[in-house]
Design a protein around this ligand. Structure first.
Ligand code: ARG
Length: 457
């Protein structure tokens, strides 16, 4: 029987009931729904809207329902319209009239607006916890590889030498901002909407501040229409999650490249790789590919939320039921991705010799060669740049590198060169000297990793 049976002459069509129902995806909020109802009933009792002993009975009944669902003694009815209806119905079945009094001065509209905030606040904390864990793993790895030279790339062309530690810390910085964005989104969720009721508040003298306090909110929504009608906090969270997925996806792309025989900078642990059903030699980075692929569905979730909201007149519209699957999917996806991604990074084997080998071949010290002419020989940078370009062309022509080109060839192009050039273009020197704030030198990696690890504390 529906809540609105008094007004209606017929039961809802069965297939339409399935279409209308949200129980298959909102039942995951049963604990938040019960927590919210307990706070509401407590406040009704404290404000004298319900007798104190009746409020206590309601709270005890709700607690019993919670532990019965937790233990599996009570299963959630898949035919109920939503989790709110189910729990209220169950309470009424257990307590009779007291159960029917719970919904005094409340609507499912403010109830769902509360539940989803409570639920997502917790999820934000879980996600930031996982991100922090990944950042810590990156810092530890960066410290292990602070002096391992690798090519830095632009356009996927070898550009200038960096250290592997520095490369990993670039992701640590991005993920730190993701943590900040999730924390910001959680702040904007931290406003308690109960008391907005259906849309227009209520004539009952509710103590909304008390409800907020009981539920751990630091604020109360200030406009009843806004309290039930907006889901901007879901959009904001989906946006923060999308950016985290962008970062994980780019990182995954690099993992995939680094695992290839063309690079071979790393090898993934067997526990985080897969084989092929036909090619016996294959070891595939499926986890990284899935993370890269799953970013697409999260961006889809963000688009869903934006599109669902954009044309809705105030206040509640049933369209808003569509918020949950989208934001839950975004949260679940990031969580699952991180669950696999963190140990995959933690256990990957780094192959520094291959990185150095790649760094030694692509003229990535050409800028340093030009800098040498500026620094040691006083040439203007533009001239030094041009001379070095000519040297690179000469090397390519002869199948040599800047390290192996004889000094006589250097001097033929610019007589200012002397033996010192070989020292100036040695990879270790190139990297060790890049110690400008934010640069890749080992001492910077050490300082940055230390700074980030202390931020995480
Ligand atoms: N299942 C609904 C949702 O998720 C709960 C609110 C229903 N309110 C209503 N007036 N139909 O949005």
């Amino acid at each position: 029987m529906k809540l609105w049976a008094g007004r209606f002459q017929k039961e809802i069509d069965q297939k339409t009931n399935d279409f209308n129902s949200s129980i298959s995806f909102d039942s995951r909020m049963y604990r938040e729904d019960i927590e919210g109802s307990i706070a509401h009933a407590t406040m009704l009792g404290a404000s004298g809207i319900l007798p104190k002993d009746e409020a206590d009975r309601i709270c005890a009944g709700l607690e019993e329902i919670r532990s019965d669902i937790d233990s599996g003694k009570l299963s959630i009815d898949p035919n109920a319209e939503d989790i709110h209806t189910f729990i209220e119905g169950e309470l009424t079945a257990r307590l009779g009239d007291s159960g029917k009094r719970l919904h005094t001065a409340r609507s499912r509209n403010d109830q769902v607006a509360l539940d989803i905030r409570l639920y997502l606040k917790k999820e934000c904390a879980a996600l930031t916890g996982q991100l922090r864990e990944l950042i810590a793993v990156l810092c530890r790895k960066a410290l292990l590889h602070k002096g391992d030279v690798m090519p830095g790339y632009t356009h996927l062309q070898r550009a200038q030498p960096i250290t592997f530690g520095h490369h990993l810390l670039a992701y640590a910085e991005m993920l730190l901002r993701d943590v900040g964005r999730l924390e910001d989104a959680a702040k904007r969720m931290d406003s308690m909407p109960l008391g907005s009721c259906a849309l227009a508040g209520t004539t009952y003298p509710l103590d909304r501040e008390l409800t907020a306090k009981l539920l751990g909110f630091s604020a109360v929504t200030q406009n009843s229409l806004d309290g039930v009608a907006d889901r901007d906090f879901c959009v904001e969270l989906a946006c923060a999650i999308s950016l985290a997925m962008v970062h994980l996806s780019r990182f995954s792309e690099e993992i995939i490249l680094w695992c290839s025989w063309e690079f071979k900078f790393i090898e993934l642990d067997d526990a985080f790789s897969t084989g092929s059903s036909i090619m016996p030699q294959k070891k595939n980075p499926d986890i990284a590919e899935l993370v890269r692929g799953k970013s697409g569905r999260v961006f889809g979730d963000l688009m869903t939320l934006l599109t669902v909201l954009k044309g809705l007149p105030l206040a509640y519209n049933k369209d808003m039921q569509e918020d949950k699957e989208a934001i839950f999917d975004a949260v679940d996806t990031l969580k699952m991705c991180l669950t696999a991604f963190i140990p995959m990074i933690d256990t990957m084997k780094v192959l520094p010799e291959n990185m150095r080998h790649a760094a030694a071949k692509g003229f990535i010290n050409a800028t340093d060669c030009a800098d040498y002419l500026v620094d040691a020989k006083g040439l203007p940078f533009r001239d030094a740049y041009k001379i070095t370009g000519t040297l690179v062309a000469r090397c390519i022509e002869k199948g040599l590198t800047l390290e192996t080109l004889p000094l006589s060839e250097y001097q033929e192009i610019c007589p200012a060169f002397d033996e010192g050039v070989y020292d100036a273009i040695s990879l270790d020197r190139c990297v060790n000297n890049r110690k400008v704030l934010g640069g890749p030198a080992p001492e910077n990696v050490e300082a940055q990793a230390g700074r980030i690890l202390s931020l995480l504390k």
